[in-house]
Ligand binder design. Sequence first.
Ligand code: ATP
Length: 356
Amino acid sequence: MTTITLIEGDGIGPEVAQATRCVVDALGAPIEWEVLEAGLPAIEAHGTPLPAHVLESIRRNKIALKGPVTTPVGTGFRSVNVTLRQELELFASVRPCRLFDGVPSRFDVVDLVVVRENTEDLYEGVEFEMGSKEATKLRGYLDYMHGFKIRRDAGISLKPISVTATNAIVHFAFDYAKRHRRRKVTLGHKANIMRFSDGLWLDTALEVEKGYRDAGFEAVQVDELAMVLAWHPEELDVIVLPNLYGDIISDLCAGLIGGLGFAPGMNLGNEHAVFEPTHGSAPDIAGRGIANPIAMILSAELMLDHLGLTAEATRLGRAVRAVLGSGKIRTADMKGEGEPSTTSEVADALVAAVEG
Ligand code: ATP
């Protein structure tokens, strides 16, 4: 038996997490759950969105399956997602985006994977508030030392990109592509504008690439990448990006495959892994029983695969394809005519498919 830390999260989190748990339990996988709270319920119960015992549980179990968690604005709490990624050194975020038969999309075929650097870039939280003593000092220093003029009414966020983190994520992307028999790695950057952050990202990647000469590789500017994705997504395969571009481009890719309700994800480090859907807590539809649980169920499939439970992962993937392909399920995010399927109808159909 493997123990997994299960964090339901908040908003639609508990709805999609419970549906996922039902489906995974129906597979009969040798898994037991340690269910813990993070996000809004944890603030109510423990005064913090990420209590120490939750972090300790993931450290101990090494694997967590997690629903979306809201970062309440203006409360002074740090994002649970960002904290988890940094504390557990989950340096790689992997978001496969595959279009399933039965899901409406503008495209016939989409099958790509976004690999996002998870630990630095503008997410590192090195920020200076407009008008603060620190911002004023920094502005003064930059002007005095380098002649950089920053407006008095500007807030400042720094974008550190290191050789260490770039090396790690680019190696990861090439190794992932090889393991999953992917044909090409595309690196996104904006090196012409940010020479010392994106420029270093690009130069470091070009060095790493020399060790993977049998793999396809291209480096493209991230704005051009966005255009190609919206026009000819079939030209792309594995896409490796720094943190912020990765965040934006993975939502764009979710849009190509029918929406956030179909986009799973995993955050991997050398020791720990946290599996979670790409979508957030969607407070607009929370509690209505209409959230699409597929993204979290596909995240559980990635988890089973990661655990080496290949047969269970394969059965689950097959069940998702069969249920969506049958055209009987139409979740609210798929739009269309008539009453949408509920979260529990999707779960029931999947339970029947894995048991059948
Ligand atoms: P975050 O900032 O955490 O990424 P967000 O509020 O920007 O979150 P999401 O919560 O991810 O965005 O979702 C945006 C919208 O997409 C939601 O308001 C909801 O209408 C829809 N949506 C997201 N996930 C789902 C889902 N699983 N099922 C149905 N609709 C969803």
